[in-house]
Ligand binder design. Structure first.
Ligand code: F1P
Length: 347
């Protein structure tokens, strides 16, 4: 018979993908560093968009605990290099558990940028990100492509399990189609972001805030800043500010907020008022149509408009990458070869 577009998409995860995706009852994502943050975004997507339970964990914890694994769990192992020791050890533990407990419904999918790697060899299925070689040690374009693959996984699981409404399917497809243009528009903000980065010339600390999928994006922004400029940075879900971190805020603390026009914007705005009241130096990445910029004390980047649930994390992350890059240039660090970091952490 005729092969449908949906079948082509699902089978791109592997010849047995359709059969496996039919029986999956929960997703467990395991990764490290930047790849872990891509997993965190996916947890929001999986539960919110297709209602599939999803947990996400760093491999360096998973591998050293005694997890109870349910049958019909799909493990998604994300790694740019495919050689990260913690992620590989976690996969080997899963394979061992499956054998010892005789649970055939446990399967693994590696999302990887390197085709010939230990992770792709030992996982049941693989989807390559095709980001091209990552020249620098800190992952950047891999993150973008990991999120695109994870959006395709979301679509495939949603379709096979009939969990994806037509409306949501076209929201994802439309978002992915718009993505190249959105990324181009994000890159056009470089000059503006370079000017803002001057603020960090004498800084040793920074705080990133976001809500929903922008929380993992805040985490990723903080990680990039630490990795390439050696500035101590932390990220918080904005609603957690009042549970401790507000104590850190004074007029010397730069606070970077990620504020797309979404259901959480009003909540975020009230969190930002708390920062303002304590004199924090706000840098806000907001939607063109938002009005946070009416706060004259804030430095605002009017980011690309029309981003949705799939495209917002990808687009806003690129704006943060630009900021971290320019801060690193000001600090005079080696952006491609940061101290104390290896491309593949193999120990
Ligand atoms: C994981 C990771 C990267 C980070 C640095 C060290 O690598 O933590 O996210 O930027 O390169 O390793 P991987 O498992 O995605 O290759």
């Amino acid at each position: 018979g005729r092969i449908t577009q949906d079948q082509v998409l699902v089978s791109s995860f592997g010849p047995k993908a359709e059969q496996i995706f039919k029986t999956v009852e929960q997703i467990h994502i395991i990764a490290c560093g930047t790849s872990y943050h891509a997993g965190m975004v996916t947890k929001y997507w999986m539960e919110d968009i297709i209602g599939l339970p999803c947990q996400v964990e760093v491999a360096s914890e998973f591998r050293y605990r005694n997890p109870v694994i349910l049958d019909n769990t799909l493990f998604v192992m994300i790694s740019q290099s495919g050689e990260t020791a913690d992620t590989l050890a976690a996969l080997h533990q899963i394979n061992h558990y499956r054998k010892v407990h005789d649970l055939d419904g446990i399967t693994s999918l590696s999302i990887c940028n390197v085709a010939e790697s230990s992770l792709t060899r030992d996982a049941d299925m693989t989807y390559l990100t095709h980001a091209g070689p990552e020249i620098g040690v800190a992952s950047t374009k891999s993150f973008t492509t990991q999120l695109v693959v994870l959006a395709l996984l979301l679509t495939s699981l949603g379709k096979v399990q009939k969990r994806l409404s037509k409306e949501r399917e076209s929201m994802i497809a439309g978002g992915l189609q718009k993505l190249p243009n959105l990324i181009r528009m994000a890159l056009e903000h470089e000059e503006e972001i370079r000017d803002i980065s001057q603020l960090f010339a004498d800084k040793q600390h920074a705080l990133f805030l976001g809500r929903g999928t922008m929380f993992p994006i805040a985490l990723e922004g903080a990680l990039k800043l630490k990795e390439i400029s050696y500035i101590h940075a932390e990220a918080y879900p904005a609603g957690e500010l009042k549970h401790g971190p507000l104590a850190l805020i004074d007029e010397t603390m730069p606070v970077i907020a990620i504020a797309p026009l979404d259901d959480l914007l009003e909540k975020l705005k009230s969190n930002l008022q708390e920062v303002k009241a304590r004199g924090g130096q706000m840098i806000v990445f907001e939607d063109e149509r938002s009005d946070i910029s009416s706060e004259t004390s804030f430095k605002v980047v009017k980011a690309t408009t029309n981003v949705g649930r799939i495209t917002a994390p990808i687009t806003y992350n690129i704006l943060l990458q630009l900021l971290c890059y320019h801060v690193a240039l000001i600090k005079g660090t080696d952006v491609d070869q940061p101290r104390n970091l290896a491309k593949s952490v193999t120990v």
